[in-house]
Design a protein around this ligand. Structure first.
Ligand code: MOS
Length: 735
């Protein structure tokens, strides 16, 4: 797991942006003022492996004698398990192990909840075998929708109630705020349940050697998963090794070993053979987490001169069976008088998990829609209106500036008044939205070896979720040692390597980068000590650049890297180092702009362009940081227009648990993407994984309203919702 701050951030519980730390220019390890590699565009060092299909993901692991496991899942949304008979499954040819996950007497809480599992010599046999398990259920009343759960006559499904009301958040004087308002907007907004859709599904391959377990797991935290296995299996952490060589995404849903991981390890122990247990796409949608839904009923006031005066919000949402659904609201903008109450509503569906900037896309969508509606009331340009109501500018709060440069780059002056008057069915419009995030990290350790033949190995037990961490480690090592990126061998994704925290809360780059910088610097100091006698200067007068180890300020007085390393004779340099303060920081800000085309005859909305203006402190790899923005915004397009976990209201069964009907953007849905990365080298490294996904849906939804002259206040903005909104408008509704 990530550290406490990261976890709180990941759960959307940090109400304020963490105090911005700034890098310390006096740190002995300070980032170089003139860098060769930092902030340039460096290709992934494992890119060739990946495009050639040679990178081995956990899913691809093959071990001698490996078995395949499948999990039997509940077909009922709510039931008590009366009995489980594994006998018929165990008796099948090829079945090597079977176990019960839910003990008789206990309950299953949603369709897809784990009941039992088997391991067999083939995946087909395992699938047949779970069908042979006989389970008797006592079927219980269930809740399939938020509306059902909120009814007074709803059956009591969850201990302690189906609804959990939060503390009231309050500030200022609401009554006075509304009294000062010239206009009041009262509206309702809603966001859907979104699933993570990591391309690589959850799970692992487990293998025992005596009492030692090795797990090749698809995880965002190799060390956290080691701890999870040790705790669940009651074995020492020293007996567990977790390896994640390559990974196909997690987005917040892959921190511990999970039910399937522990099940896999137990099956492998029973069968005395390696076991492969990775989920299929249906299981992935049902049981591996999601972004909870959000509903909001808001009353907000604005003064005649366009200042926000009051915000009164009642919100609710569902994180599924007994899980929370909180999100920050109002988001970013300064409402001097405000009140907010939130209710977690439980239904019989798979539980929420942290998902890329947990809570923020919901809070952003609701607030940014409201901001446009308030701007309309005072007939003010949405950007001018936003700028007027932003908190004070700071290094982690640069929205004012970003709105201005973004508007210019995007051509905001060409935005027409709301409701495109152009003839024909295609209406165009523009919208915008802002975001904030923490993105600080700490606590990572690393080890660097310099070998007598000149080789350099940098080791760190972090994991590369697919974002380019391996390359980031190589860049920083190469920069520090004055070598090309290709000269560095990187080892990561293994709990036997030096400790690093989980990759959550955009903490990886700010936790790992300083550790690598410190460790590589220490290794260089040691090498300098070995060559100092030959150069006739003290070690602290020696540096490395351009493949040479030389006297500072005089590259001609030195040795080639290879000659310097030869002086090590037979003993490599091996140093350990760790994260230090002063090289990374926390607190990002960004804004996004979207342009859409909406066909008012079919209701189909399409995003034509998006611009993201985003900072993340010192950019380590321009290419990887832009790539994070691109992926995040494509995810935001899906959130705005397509993705929706649809439960049948009569059976609480997900009707689209696949990638045919759970729609994620395809290539033809991806707009032209423009990115302005605002480099803040003086702040040190800050994470960027999450912030660029926050504002995309809000900007798109505002652009749709600007295009068609009527607001769709619920995402995904499907053709049906667009047509219904247009019909409502014709019937006399108001914008
Ligand atoms: Mo994240 S949603 O903290 O991986």
């Amino acid at each position: 797991m990530a550290d406490e701050t990261a976890r709180a951030e990941a759960e959307g519980q940090v109400a304020e942006v963490a105090a911005p730390a700034t890098a310390n220019p006096n740190s002995p390890y300070a980032w170089p003022k003139e860098s060769r590699l930092l902030s340039t565009r460096v290709n992934r060092i494992d890119g060739t492996l990946k495009v050639a299909g040679k990178a081995k993901y956990s899913y691809d692991m093959q071990r001698p004698g490996m078995l395949y496991a499948r999990i039997l899942r509940s077909p009922h949304p709510h039931a008590r398990v009366v009995s489980v008979d594994l006998g018929p499954a165990r008796a099948m040819r090829g079945v090597k192990a079977a176990l019960t996950i839910v003990q008789p007497g206990a309950k299953v809480m949603y369709v897809g909840d784990e009941v039992a599992a088997v391991a067999a010599t083939s995946e087909d046999i395992a699938r047949d075998a779970i069908r042979a398990i006989t389970v008797r259920y006592e079927v219980l009343p269930f809740l399939a929708t938020v509306e059902q759960a909120l009814r007074p006559e709803a059956p009591a499904v969850f201990e302690g109630g189906n609804v959990k009301e939060s503390q009231v958040e309050e500030e200022g004087n609401l009554q006075a705020g509304f009294a000062a308002a010239a206009h009041i907007v009262e509206q309702a907004y809603n966001t859907q349940v979104q699933t993570h859709v990591s391309l690589e599904t959850h799970g692992c391959v487990c293998e025992w050697d005596g009492d030692k377990l090795t797990a090749w797991a698809s995880t965002q935290a190799v060390h956290g998963t080691r701890e999870g296995f040790a705790t669940s299996l009651e074995i020492p952490q020293a007996n567990v090794r977790v390896i994640t060589e390559h990974m196909g995404g997690g987005f917040g849903s892959k921190f511990g070993p999970d039910v399937q991981g522990v099940t896999c390890a137990k099956l492998a122990r029973e069968a005395k053979a390696p076991v492969h247990l990775l989920l299929d796409r249906r299981e992935e949608h049902l049981a591996s987490g999601n972004r909870p839904s959000a509903y909001a009923r808001i009353k907000a006031g604005v003064s005649a001169d366009g200042m926000l005066t009051a915000f009164d919000g009642e919100t609710w949402g569902t994180g599924g069976a007994g899980a929370a659904s909180g999100f920050p609201l109002p988001y970013i903008y300064a409402f001097p008088n405000r009140r907010r109450v939130h209710k977690d509503v439980y239904i019989n569906a798979g539980q929420q998990r942290a998902m890329r900037a947990p809570g923020h896309p919901q809070g952003c969508f609701i607030t940014e829609m409201l901001m446009d509606e308030l701007a309309d009331r005072v007939k003010m340009d949405p950007i001018e209106f936003r700028i007027r109501n932003l908190p004070p500018q700071a290094p982690n709060a640069m929205w004012r500036e970003y709105f201005k440069i973004g508007a210019q780059r995007f051509g905001w002056d060409k935005r027409h008044a709301t409701g495109d008057q152009a003839p024909g069915p295609i209406k165009r419009g523009m919208g915008c939205a802002a975001n904030r995030w923490g993105g600080g990290g700490r606590g990572t350790q690393a080890q660097c070896e310099i070998l007598p033949d000149g080789g350099v190995v940098m080791r760190c037990g972090t994991q590369d979720l697919g974002v380019g961490t391996r390359t980031l480690m190589a860049i920083i090592t190469a920069e520090t040692l004055g070598l090309p990126v290709s000269a560095i061998k990187v080892e990561l994704g293994d709990s036997n390597l030096p400790f690093s925290g989980g990759s959550g809360g955009s903490t990886t780059a700010p936790a790992v980068s300083p550790a690598i910088r410190v460790t590589a610097s220490k290794a260089l100091q040691e090498l300098a000590g070995r060559v100092a006698p030959a150069l006739g200067v003290p070690a602290d007068q020696i540096t490395a650049s351009d493949g040479r180890v030389h006297v500072k300020g005089d590259p001609s007085r030195g040795l080639s890297w290879a000659d310097a390393c030869r002086r090590l004779q037979t003993t490599p340099i091996s140093v350990n180092g760790q994260w230090e303060a002063g090289l990374s920081a926390s607190g990002t800000s960004g804004v996004q702009f979207a342009e859409v085309e909406v066909d008012v005859e079919t209701g189909v909305a399409k995003v034509s362009r998006i611009l993201c203006v985003q900072d993340c402190g010192l950019v380590v790899n321009q290419l990887a940081a832009e790539s994070q923005c691109i992926g995040a915004m494509i995810m935001g397009v899906g959130y705005a227009l397509y993705e929706d976990r649809i439960l049948d209201r009569n059976t609480a069964t997900m009707v689209n648990p696949n990638m045919e009907w759970y729609l994620v953007p395809g290539m033809s849905d991806v707009p032209a993407i423009d990115i302005m990365l605002m480099n803040q080298p003086e702040r040190g490294v800050i994470g960027i994984g999450e912030p660029p996904t926050i504002s995309t849906a809000a900007a798109i939804a505002n652009a749709v309203a600007n295009a068609i002259g009527v607001r769709v206040r619920s995402i995904p903005i499907t053709p049906q919702k667009v047509l219904a909104a247009l019909d409502g408008e014709r019937a006399g509704g108001t914008l």
